[in-house]
Design a protein around this ligand. Structure first.
Ligand SMILES: Nc1ncnc2c1ncn2[C@@H]1O[C@H](COP(=O)(O)OP(=O)(O)O)[C@@H](O)[C@H]1O
Ligand SMILES: O=P(O)(O)OC[C@H]1O[C@](O)(COP(=O)(O)O)[C@@H](O)[C@@H]1O
Ligand SMILES: [Mg+2]
Length: 472
């Protein structure tokens, strides 16, 4: 199916409608439009993409991405017409190099910042941004902003070049340092102006993206010709729209070591329970995927599913059966699960980190103590052991695995190509396996929670056979 000429502007200002030339000519695609630097300056000078003359690239037909190359948001449809499919079809611009660019590399100054919690792959993204800006587009003014948003106004930017970032992709953490809080909009945009940055690469999670929207809006308000791109990072995988965030797969892999150890400890005890707490502030993706890939987990507790301890259908009843049946059990709990059940003082109820995120109490320690109390009360004369493993920082303070490293590299390339092409206020990321450009605001609003009505959650329950915790 080829795309026909655009229809008149849709009433929704952020999308542009296209008719698909199918036999009925009835399907409509709504393309999510992106802000572009020419919105502010229609006469902005253009340049031929330097890849055109790069000896390693031989741009052939289809090499450059055009404004009508799109990625569809959804790929699964019921074509019987029995159930309503999303209509019109939502599409995003496909990521990749454009023939025309809007930056003169000699006058371009790029800033790279990362914010929020650590995540495997941060250094890979930074390294690849530096190397590719330098090698592919010929930039010579590339700067790292240290320790998150506050670094824009509290420390000097660090000049980066390919030699300096050599080997960073093999290192966990972030060489640029990161932090939470310190978001001072005016100071940040003042610093962008003072340093003459005209490209800003912002790597971070949901909080960072909300900040990036404000930075982008302020840049627009000041009519600055500055491209802003968000590169989604979070080990929790809670960023919406995109398939997954980088570092997530590495974290799931690392979690296996903790689950295996918990399993061995539990199996080797009489009535042994191995309890593992995994990251996941408000979403249980790591716990879910780690459970599915392990096959040794008896119960997976996530923030999206409320659970309870006592009575029919509760956790204790389930574990009692499991211990009788197998002599041991493994429980995986996401850090954000069960928070409403943990007793806390008024001060603890209000406690937030520097970014405004609620500070959680340790659900693992609490659960361990509740399990022990329960067993001592109901089975005072029987042996019982709970071994609690908290691998929290171990699963994210590691270098990215090969899959995540490749993913980070492609993200960096996508971000650079998009910004060079004049797009701004966008995020790059894979949608159904294809890299796309998504409006920053949409990503900042969207949240990727575990869909407990999806097959994946049913699969977890069928693997663990755990209760659904629906009180009858
Ligand atoms: N609503 C917001 N507006 C502006 N800045 C924000 C907002 N939420 C978070 N931030 C800033 O974004 C940065 C990272 O946020 P945080 O929640 O710690 O991590 P993450 O981006 O990984 O979710 C911090 O500097 C924080 O101050
Ligand atoms: O690094 P901190 O401040 O201890 O915070 C821990 C939190 O960071 C995370 O690892 C990642 O969260 P962000 O992606 O929002 O930074 C969460 O899983 C966890 O709750
Ligand atoms: Mg976050």
């Amino acid at each position: 199916m080829a795309l026909s000429h655009p229809e008149p502007e849709s009433t929704n200002l952020t999308t542009e409608s296209y008719n698909l030339q199918d036999p009925n000519n009835s399907s409509i695609i709504n393309l999510q439009k992106l802000p572009h630097l020419t919105d502010l300056l229609p006469t902005l000078k253009t340049y031929i993409n330097p890849l055109e003359h790069n000896p390693f690239f031989h741009p052939s037909d289809g090499f450059y991405i055009t404004p009508t190359d799109v990625v569809l948001r959804h790929v699964v449809y019921d074509i019987s017409g029995t159930f309503s499919s999303p209509s019109p079809l939502l599409a995003y611009l496909r990521a990749g190099p454009r023939k025309q660019i809007f930056f003169d590399p000699t006058n371009t100054r790029a800033a790279i910042v990362n914010c929020g919690g650590l995540c495997p792959g941060l250094n890979t993204v930074i390294r690849e941004l530096v190397v590719s800006l330098w090698e592919l587009y010929g930039l010579r003014h590339i700067y790292g902003i240290q320790a998150g948003y506050r670094g824009f106004y509290s420390t000097d930017p660090v000049a980066l070049n390919p030699k300096m970032v050599h080997g960073w992709h093999k290192r966990g953490g972030t060489v640029l340092h990161t932090s939470r809080g310190g978001f001072d909009l005016h100071k940040i945009v003042d610093a962008i102006q003072t340093n003459g940055f005209n490209q800003v690469y912002i790597i971070g999670g949901d909080g960072t993206m909300r900040g990036a929207v404000k930075i982008f809006d302020e840049i627009q308000r000041r009519k600055l010709i500055v491209g802003v791109v968000g590169i989604p990072k979070t080990v929790d995988n809670d960023v919406g729209v995109i398939d997954r965030s980088f570092g997530f797969q590495t974290a799931v892999e690392m979690a296996q070591q903790a689950i295996n150890a918990a399993h061995v400890e539990a199996e080797s005890a009489v009535n042994g329970i191995g309890l593992v707490k995994l990251m996941g502030r408000s979403t249980g993706h790591i716990a879910l995927y780690a459970t599915l890939s392990s096959c040794d987990v008896d119960c997976c507790l996530i923030p999206e599913v409320k659970f309870y301890l006592e009575g029919k259908g509760g956790l204790f009843e389930f574990l009692e059966h499991r211990l009788k049946e197998n002599g041991h059990a493994v429980v995986v709990v996401a850090e954000g699960a069960g928070q409403d059940m943990i007793p806390r003082t008024d001060a603890q109820k209000e406690e937030r980190d520097e970014s405004g995120n609620l500070v959680f109490l340790d659900v693992g320690s609490w659960l361990k103590s509740e399990l022990k109390k329960w067993w001592a009360r109901d089975h005072p004369n029987e042996l019982f052991t709970v071994k609690y493993i908290d691998p929290t920082y171990m699963i994210r303070a590691v270098p990215a695995n090969a899959t995540d490293n490749l993913y980070c590299t492609l993200l960096a390339h996508s971000a650079i190509h998009g910004i060079m092409a004049g797009y701004t206020g966008f995020v790059c990321g894979p949608i159904n396996g294809n890299y796309a450009y998504i409006p920053l605001e949409e990503v900042a609003r969207a949240k990727n929670e575990v869909n407990t009505r999806d097959h994946k959650w049913s699969w977890v329950r069928s693997v663990t056979n755990q209760p659904d915790f629906e009180k009858s």
